[in-house]
Design a binder for this molecule. Structure first.
Ligand code: SF4
Length: 290
């Protein structure tokens, strides 16, 4: 029985989900209302174990598991290792366990802890970069700097975790669109995650006013054309040190596209160029969700 609301990355759609923590221990990013209705708490081992026991009988073929909510990596390392080991012993076909990671979670874990987590079978982390621009990171109250994000991602890579990062198109509005994309492309190029997802900012009811207030100056939303322009510049400017699987296929995006960078760069850019001339092909606004 889930404690709603429940979120997981699109690529974990076929994974079993266990809520080992509820909510987000930070819960202050101004653009995010995922866990505003929840108080952060860690679930008891006995509760988690019971769920695993019941679910492993019902879904013994499970190959992938996602640990929710927003902050599983905030758990004490020993407890998280105990959970991960129990999952592998309960699901004999399990291949991958993944979770969200905040930069601060990764920076707080020691190299020893990360090695132990990797050995136990935590294989993949999803980390929101949002933007590589420090002024914007402050405005959206991300609680991280570009340097911290880079260090956190490098730490994850150094310990052989598969790293999937998210950035948000439109997060700086029209005013900061250049700085946002220039700095984000630069940061992404340096850290070269295995996967990169570009989402579209959608300010849902309930956080709009807070976002504007924290932004500290008038926020001028980007148009669909400008979103495509940001996407075009992002894809053009990323110079990865190794291949990145790139996706803009989230529910928030104006159009679903993807490919591998740098190999598919030309194809993606040509698609974006075409979309700029054919706005009728874009997803209707009412169907976009963050
Ligand atoms: S974006 Fe992530 S870290 Fe920020 S409030 Fe939302 S869940 Fe928490």
């Amino acid at each position: 029985m889930y404690d709603y609301p429940l979120f997981r990355p699109p690529s974990e759609a076929n994974s079993l989900i266990f809520q080992v923590t509820l909510g987000c221990s930070f819960n202050r990013c101004s653009f995010c209302n995922m866990y505003r209705t929840k108080e952060y708490r860690e679930r008891q081992w006995e509760e988690i174990k019971t769920e695993v026991d019941i679910t492993s009988s019902a879904y013994p073929e499970t190959r992938r598991i996602f640990l929710a909510d927003g902050d599983a990596l905030n758990l004490q390392t020993d407890k998280l290792i105990k959970i991960i080991k129990y999952l592998y012993s309960s699901f004999s076909n399990l291949e991958r366990v993944a979770c969200y990671a905040m930069p601060k979670n990764l920076l707080q874990k020691s190299d020893f802890d990360l090695d132990k987590l990797r050995e136990a079978g935590l294989g993949m982390m999803y980390l929101g970069i949002e933007t590589g621009n420090d002024a914007l990171l402050m405005k959206i109250t991300k609680g991280a700097t570009s340097k911290g994000i880079l260090q956190a991602c490098q730490k994850a890579k150094a310990h052989n975790f598969v790293l999937s990062c998210m950035v948000i198109l439109g997060i700086g509005g029209s005013t900061y669109t250049k700085q946002h994309i220039d700095d984000t492309a630069r940061l992404v190029s340096v850290l070269s995650p295995d996967y990169l997802a570009a989402l579209n900012l959608q300010l849902e009811e309930g956080i709009y006013e807070e976002f504007i207030r924290k932004f500290g100056e008038p926020y001028i939303p980007v148009s669909d054309y400008e979103v495509l322009d940001e996407l075009e510049r992002l894809v053009s400017q990323i110079s990865p040190q190794r291949s990145i699987v790139f996706r803009a296929n989230h529910a928030s995006n104006v159009y679903s596209l993807g490919g591998t960078l740098p190999d598919d760069r030309k194809r993606i850019l040509s698609l974006i160029e075409g979309l700029k001339k054919r706005p009728e092909l874009l997803k209707p606004k009412v169907l976009r969700r963050f």
